[in-house]
Design a protein around this ligand. Structure first.
Ligand SMILES: NC(=O)c1ccc[n+]([C@@H]2O[C@H](COP(=O)([O-])OP(=O)(O)OC[C@H]3O[C@@H](n4cnc5c(N)ncnc54)[C@H](OP(=O)(O)O)[C@@H]3O)[C@@H](O)[C@H]2O)c1
Length: 412
C-alpha cells in the first residue's frame, strides 16, 4: 500500500467523520423529541429571507443547539483519534485533525452565543440573508441548499457542509408537497413517474397531448390526476401552469424507427428536441425569487442514446440535440437541471425494451432524492462509463467556447 494513503486517510477521514456525526446528530434532532426541544431554537431564529427574528433568540439558539452539536462532534472526533492511536496506525496523531476542525466550530458557536460583533457574518455562512447567487450545489452545502431545510422540508436536507449523509439517506431532495408536472404523461414512463412521485406525496400534474383526463392505478385503485392538455408548438400556452410548478419533467418523445423522410426528420426534431428546449426556457423565465431558485427544477429525459447507439438514427440525432442543448444551457440555468439517461424499457415507443417503466420510474425517483444530477438507469454498463466522460468533456468545451448568458426572466 502506498505510504501516503494512511496519513491522507487519517487527515481527511477524521474531518469527514466529524461531519457525518454532525449530520446524524441533526437528523436525530428532527426525530427524537428531547433533542428537538433544543434544536427548535435554531429553527425559531430565521425568517424565510434568512434575516434574524431577534438577536436574543439568535444568541440563545447557539447555547441550545450549536454548542451542544459541536460538543457531540468533538466527543466522537476524540474517539476517532483514540482509535487511530489504539491501532498504532502510522502518523496516528493525524487522527486529531477532526477534533481541531470541530474545535473551530465550537469556538465560533460560543462567539456567536456571546454576541461577539461580526462573528455571525464571518462564520455562519449558510444562514446569511440576501439574494441567492447560486443554485443548490450537489456536494457542498451552500445557502440555497440549506434554506430548503428551514423552509422546504425540515425532515430533509440535514447535511451542514458536505451533502454525503443526505445522499446516503435519500434526503438530498424532498418531493413532499412539491408540484410536479410531467409531459408525455399518458405514455408508459409518464404514468409510472406520476405514480411514484405521488407516492412520495408530491402534487402531480399530467401534461398530455391527449384530450382525455388521466387516472393512475395505485394499489389497485384508479385515482384521477390533474390533467392539462398541451400541443407541441404551443408551449407558451403553459406559462401560467409553469409558474406554479416546482419540478417540470420533460418526458415526451417519439421514435420513427427506420425512417429518414423529411417529415420524420421534422417531427423528430420538433417533438424530441425543440419542444423540450422551448418548455425548459419557458420554465426558466418563471424562476424569479430566492424560493424559486431553491425549489424549482427541470428534469429532461434525453435517453442513453446521448452516448450509445439506439439503432434508430433519427431518434439518436434528435435526442442528442436535446442533450447537447441541455448541457449548454445548464451552464447558466437559474435552477437545478437534471438529465434522465435511460436504457431500453418496454413501452409503445420501444416494444422490445427489457426493463419495465415502473422499475425505471422508481429508480429515477430514488436517485433524484439523492440529488443525482445525471440519473442513469440502464442495463448497459458502458453507459455508466461513456456518459459521464461525454458530459464532462462536452460541458467543459461548451464552457470554454461560449460566454455567460444572463437569465431571461419574464417581466411582471
Ligand atoms: N422506452 C425506452 O426504451 C426509452 C429509453 C430511453 C428514453 N426513453 C424516453 O422516455 C420518454 C417516454 O417514452 P416511453 O418509452 O414511455 O414511450 P411512450 O409510452 O410512447 O410515451 C411517450 C409519450 O410522449 C408523448 N408524445 C408522443 N408524441 C407526441 C407529440 N407529437 N406531442 C406531444 N407529446 C407526444 C405521448 O404522451 P401524451 O399523449 O401524454 O402527450 C406519448 O405517450 C421518451 O422521451 C423516450 O424518448 C424511452
Amino acid at each position: 500500500m502506498p505510504t501516503f494513503l494512511i496519513p491522507t486517510g487519517l487527515f481527511f477521514g477524521s474531518i469527514l467523520w466529524a461531519e457525518i456525526v454532525r449530520d446524524l446528530y441533526h437528523a436525530l434532532a428532527h426525530h427524537w423529541t428531547p433533542l428537538y426541544r433544543l434544536h427548535v431554537w435554531h429553527h425559531r431564529v430565521f425568517r424565510p429571507d434568512l434575516s434574524v427574528a431577534t438577536q436574543e433568540i439568535y444568541r440563545q439558539a447557539h447555547w441550545y443547539n450549536d454548542v451542544p452539536e459541536a460538543l457531540v462532534m468533538l466527543s466522537f472526533s476524540i474517539l476517532f483519534a483514540f482509535w487511530a492511536y489504539f491501532y498504532q496506525l502510522p502518523y496516528h496523531w493525524l487522527g486529531w485533525m477532526g477534533s481541531l476542525y470541530t474545535l473551530s466550530f465550537l469556538i465560533t458557536a460560543i462567539a456567536r452565543g456571546l454576541g461577539i460583533p461580526n462573528a455571525d457574518e464571518l462564520t455562519d455562512i449558510t444562514h446569511r440573508p440576501g439574494a441567492f447567487t447560486a443554485i443548490p450545489q450537489p456536494w457542498r452545502v451552500n445557502r440555497t441548499y440549506h434554506w430548503r431545510h428551514h423552509f422546504d422540508n425540515q425532515k430533509a436536507y440535514y447535511s451542514g457542509t458536505i451533502a454525503l449523509v443526505d445522499k446516503l439517506m435519500g434526503t438530498a431532495l424532498s418531493l413532499k408537497g412539491k408540484t410536479i408536472a410531467v409531459t408525455g404523461a399518458s405514455g408508459s414512463l409518464g404514468k409510472s413517474l406520476l405514480k411514484y412521485l405521488q407516492l412520495q406525496e408530491a402534487k402531480v400534474i399530467a401534461l398530455t397531448s391527449q384530450s382525455e383526463p388521466l387516472s393512475l392505478e395505485i394499489a389497485g385503485n384508479l385515482r384521477p390526476v390533474t390533467t392539462i392538455t398541451w400541443q407541441v408548438g404551443q408551449e407558451n400556452a403553459l406559462l401560467d401552469v409553469l409558474r406554479s410548478v416546482d419540478i417540470l419533467i420533460l418526458n415526451h418523445g417519439v421514435n420513427f424507427h427506420q425512417q429518414r423522410s423529411p417529415e420524420a426528420i421534422a417531427q423528430s426534431y420538433q417533438v424530441n428536441a425543440l419542444s423540450g428546449w422551448r418548455l425548459m426556457e419557458l420554465f426558466f423565465t418563471t424562476v424569479k425569487t430566492n424560493e424559486d431558485i431553491a425549489r424549482k427544477e427541470v428534469w429532461v429525459n434525453t435517453s442513453e442514446a446521448e452516448a450509445n447507439p439506439a439503432f434508430s438514427p433519427l431518434y439518436e440525432l434528435s435526442k442528442r440535440s436535446l442533450g447537447d442543448i441541455v448541457t449548454l444551457r445548464r451552464l447558466d440555468a437559474p435552477c437545478v437541471v437534471r438529465k434522465l439517461i435511460l436504457g431500453p424499457f418496454k413501452s409503445n415507443l420501444n416494444p422490445v425494451g427489457v426493463m419495465s417503466a415502473d422499475w425505471v420510474a422508481k429508480q429515477i425517483v430514488n436517485l433524484a432524492q439523492r440529488d443525482i444530477r445525471n440519473i442513469i438507469v440502464t442495463i448497459n454498463p458502458l453507459t455508466f462509463l461513456l456518459f459521464p466522460v461525454k458530459e464532462f468533456t462536452q460541458s467543459l468545451y461548451f464552457k470554454l467556447c461560449t460566454r455567460k448568458s444572463l437569465p431571461n426572466r419574464e417581466t411582471d
